[in-house]
Design a protein around this ligand. Structure first.
Ligand code: SDX
Length: 430
């Protein structure tokens, strides 16, 4: 049964207004407030969009209270266990799981676009060797528009899907090129006979002087991590991509903006910050003092990898990644004191009333760095790993926006500056 409209009454004007209720296939009901300015003369004020839906989307559903994450209706736990990153990419892009022939064609398409123009490697070589790889990624991905200006008619669905596939295919190649530039190694080229994650690992770690055999454990771990990072509805970086896309800018510019937004430590940069935090804590005996700092409003220290705008329960991805971290360490026959420290930190925090009361739980970034570290990824590259995976979500939302465009994103504001005043000539300013 359709929801009845919500009636608001304005005591100042004595007017009433019916606000229609908009309800999706799942999730909280929302109020359509489009008529508010015209009918009652009010805008709404919601810094950080904590209570505002910016669009409708059929790609991902999150229930923060229940700790639920589904992609096109499929629970993340099932996709993590039974699917692959490229199959999840197809699902996010197209809306359904592929038949065998559809998957084979999609995998061929992605594999066909893994190389980048040689001049892009020259572009990357222009960075200082110790440039942060996220700065290099944002620059390199934004520059792709310079290499593909001939196929950028955003009104052409074929051009749009080609741009989406090109970015999914090329992100690992560009990420590896950034890492190899930092290491002073020669360029590595994609080996198309390998799978998506095997190819990435080969481009990251193979060197001309030695044969390189991709570790199956590493390839599988990356596939799982990429599935867990592929999409997460209207998070800050995806909202950035949609906002840039709403201006009609090309998808490479939009994804480059998404990479920059992801870099922040409050967002995807948290995985790098978690490892730095664990190394700073150093020992279990120091955990209580850091928990104390995290609770102190005058201390900017935050427990990185904890808390979430939407999840007020356990982030389902954190559980999956924590289990995978144990498996990877066991498969590699190694242990990591930082894993023990992270688990101890989690146990103490989850029993602390501050974290319980504020419903702060580990999020996707809390354990992922343990796996990246075990697989030889340097901390500065952790958020690049996040960006490779999230490119699938970014381009899926960009395509969805193109097919179902909202007006150009243009939030309003509450003006708090000076009231009108007249200009005073310099000589009269005393
Ligand atoms: C990602 O949106 C997404 O979906 C993002 C993401 C994705 O897949 O795209 O899931 C990926 O970005 C995960 C989040 C990674 N960030 C971190 O781990 C950084 C640490 N976390 C915090 O910065 C924080 O929890 C945020 C930014 C994630 C969420 O912040 P909100 O929603 O703005 O919540 P808040 O800051 O208002 O916190 C509510 C309260 C505050 O205290 P009060 O002002 O009410 O007294 O909880 C406190 C905060 O101070 N708090 C924390 C805390 N996180 C929140 N206190 C200590 N440590 C923390 N980590």
């Amino acid at each position: 049964m359709a929801d009845k409209p919500v009636i608001i009454s304005d005591e100042n004007s004595g007017k009433q207004l019916e606000l229609p209720v908009v309800r999706g296939t799942a999730g909280e009901p929302t109020l359509s407030i489009k008529s508010l300015p015209k009918e009652l003369g009010y805008f709404t004020y919601d810094p950080g969009f904590t209570a505002t839906a910016s669009c409708s989307s059929a790609i991902t559903f999150i229930d923060g209270g229940q700790g639920i994450l589904r992609h096109r209706g499929y629970p993340i736990e099932q996709l993590a266990k039974q699917s692959s990153f490229l199959e999840v990419a197809y699902l996010l892009l197209k809306g359904d799981l592929p038949k065998a022939s559809e998957y084979a064609e999609f995998e061929r398409d992605i594999t066909y676009h893994t190389m980048v123009h040689e001049k892009l490697n020259t572009f990357i070589s222009g960075f200082h060797y110790d440039a942060h790889p996220m700065a290099m990624m944002a620059g390199a991905v934004g520059s792709l528009a310079a290499f593909y200006h001939d196929r950028l008619d955003m009104n052409d669905p074929e051009h749009r899907m080609l741009a989406a596939k090109r970015m999914i295919a090329k992100m690992p190649t560009i990420a590896a090129a950034c890492y190899r530039h930092h290491m002073g190694w020669p360029s590595a080229y994609p080996k198309n006979r390998l799978s998506y994650t095997e190819r990435f690992l080969d481009m990251m770690f193979s060197v001309p002087a030695e044969d390189y055999e991709v570790s199956e454990v590493a390839a599988r771990a990356f596939d799982l991590l990429f599935i867990c990072h592929a999409d997460h509805e209207q998070n800050a970086s995806t909202s950035t991509v949609r906002l840039v896309g709403s201006t009609g800018a090309n998808p490479y510019a939009a994804v480059s903006a998404g990479i920059s937004a992801l870099w922040g430590p409050a967002h995807g940069g948290a995985n790098e910050a978690v490892l730095n935090m664990l190394e700073e804590i150093g020992d279990v005996s120091k955990v209580p003092q850091f928990i104390q700092r995290a609770k102190d409003r005058n201390d900017p220290f935050r427990l990185m990898g904890f808390g979430h705008r939407v999840y007020k329960n356990y982030d389902p991805r954190a559980s999956i990644i924590r289990e995978a971290a144990h498996e990877v360490l066991a498969d590699l026959g190694t242990s990591d004191p930082l894993m023990d420290l992270a688990m101890e930190l989690e146990q103490i925090a989850l029993k602390d009333e501050y974290f319980v009361e504020k419903r702060l739980y580990p999020n996707v970034d809390f354990y992922s760095g343990i796996i990246y570290k075990a697989l030889g990824i340097p901390t500065s590259m952790f958020t690049v790993m996040f960006a490779i995976a999230r490119t699938v979500g970014w381009v899926s939302h960009w395509l969805e926006h193109c097919e179902n465009p909202t007006p150009i994103g243009r939030p309003r504001q509450v003006y708090t500056g000076p009231a009108e005043r007249d200009y005073v000539a310099l000589k009269d300013r005393g």
